[in-house]
Ligand binder design. Sequence first.
Ligand code: FES
Length: 294
Amino acid sequence: MSSRPTPAPAPATGRRPAGIPGSELAGPFPVGEYAAALRAQLRSFARVQLIGELVNLRPSRARVYFELRDSAGAIPCAAWREDWEAIVGRAGDSPEGMQVVVAGGCDYYPGSATSSPAFSFAVTDMRVAGEGDLLVRIDRLRKQLDAEGLLQLQKQLPRPLLPRTIGVITGPTGKARDDAATNRFLCRLDEIPETGAKGFWFGAETERFGVFLVRQGERLFAYANSCPHLGSPLDWQPDRFLDRSGRHIICGTHGALFRITDGFCVSGPCAGAALKKAAILCQGDAVYLCDDPF
Ligand code: FES
């Protein structure tokens, strides 16, 4: 691929203003003609395959835009919506954040009096860099870590069936980062009695916040663990959020009672106020707190 496109000058049409006095460069050429020549030149470049991480995916009505990146650089890419849907259909999922191989060639939209020009690599086909590629890299890494003795300690660590905290190593724009940052695992449904409640705390110091779940059979309700009266936690003993009858949430400090279904305070010093609802997500029997819980 040539590194420096040199579009052919446009043929002379009518009278043109003079160039810069003393300049030996050809022209001036009308910019639209130059842009069209640039597009023709870029389109004449060899079509190739590129490999990199697919990030910044932005679908539009007709086309899908994204970037392909590696540690040394990036290329803006675009695919026609129809081609993209066929590609995603084959991949089985959106390849955002994954290592992919794309096929295509350079293109240039010359813009107009009212729209901006744009360069893109026009993608006509793509494949996710296969499981095989990944397994080879994992195997190489495992051997390297083993040679450094780093796997010995790892083997001795207890591995809980259901870890409470996990770490994810990914790029700053990787899709895996979004997935991990979006939801926090709270518990499994069967860890809460059929008519009972369970509290959870997150963060530290000024960032610390609590939420609690109330279960009524298969229904779950989630609230911030903060009484609207004074902002104190409601549970006077861990996980004791309900009154004796199990029909109301109770604040252990001054005894305010709240409806379980909507957190509305029906009696006590903050009557008429309400608990702040928290957003949760249930997947199978696992309960997650959504990233922006309130
Ligand atoms: S702090 Fe909850 S009722 Fe006063």
